[in-house]
Design a binder for this molecule. Sequence first.
Ligand code: ADP
Ligand code: MG
Length: 414
Amino acid sequence: MTTAMIVGPCGGFHELSLSPPLLQALDRAGYREPTPIQAAFIPEALTGRDVIGQAQTGTGKTAAFLLPFLNHWRDENRPGPQAIILAPTRELVVQVAEEAAKLSPHRHCRTVPIYGGQRFGTQLALLKRGCHIVVGTPGRVLDHLSRGTLTLERVRYVVLDEADRMLDIGFRPDIEKILRRCPPQRQTLLLSATLPPPVLRLAQRYMVDPININLSPEKITVENIRQTYFTVDEDRKFELLLKVCAREQPRQCIIFCERKRWVEDVYRMLRKHLPRVAAMHGDLPQSLRNRIMQGFRDGKIVYLVATDVVGRGIDVRNISHVINYDIPLDPENYVHRIGRTGRLGADGIAIAFVTPEQGEQLTEIERFINKMLDEDQIPGFQAYTPRVRTTNGEAPKPVVPIFGRRIKRYSNRL
Ligand code: ADP
Ligand code: MG
């Protein structure tokens, strides 16, 4: 693997030698200048080689992987897409497909989103009409492949967005099956804000001599997100949440819980106290998930209580706050969750609730992001009872954290 030199800031998109129709599309989208990852990633991808791109959340990785394909797009009237983009959640698939449509250089350049929970027939009709780009979740793409309603024979461009998640144990078998159906002489691109070394090593299996562009070697989280934490007893978290919401008055806010059940619990309690609250997790019917996402994008929903189903990739510019009601087990997920705010240079606030037993988990996150979080407090509110030593002088037994063990099939939990 080659590691790239990081280039300095660059001028407008025309310096990247993109086609005139694509430059017009960028202009219509209001994209004036490439972001640093776009400036570094696009020229490499345009050469046709495999590229791995790591850059912080909200820095324009989607356009970085879409533009090289859109630049080479040809209006071929043959069955099957020329590009396939895989993403971990249905909501992200929809969002990426919309970005592809927005940046499309020609009205004949069509993108079809393929994801579970939507009627098969609807997707089939779109595929039959012909499309050039498929954006999909692995499960539903495999369904179409096994039914023979999708062929990847003409694919020459493959993207794994949120690549570390796509290659984790839950998704990897599906990804491997899909990659086997793509021609070997394809171009493969991997992007994420977090690409730990084991994932990079694993990625070599699916790529040919990739170049690695890493724009966040030291600072994994962006500077413009203010990060604090509260020490709080489990049974005082909800009271604290109300106080934090009253103090912060968020424009829009995601409140992350580790489990679907807990999302429901917090949602039911919170809606009694605040207006414009909704819940989001994988057990809700897809039509409702779509409506909730729309309501959140439109700003009608202010507080979204959610699992990690919206932890990655989701881009809603107005999100001012991310509250980790439960801190995540995996430090990577912390980075992605808080990255729902502070998008593209905007300011954001991330607040984590940490129980006295979770100190080690917080330390692990701090080590991962190479940054200490400041302790936060609500004046006059005792969020936790300091632990007293037992009479025989021994420290009290630590309470076993609820997540003593990493859950392997992560996707099952969302
Ligand atoms: P990432 O995938 O790195 O988290 P996204 O691709 O979701 O980031 O982009 C974040 C936001 O920035 C999106 O709203 C996108 O429309 C916008 N954006 C991307 N590139 C540009 C650009 N060059 N100029 C202006 N806005 C951009
Ligand atoms: Mg993204």
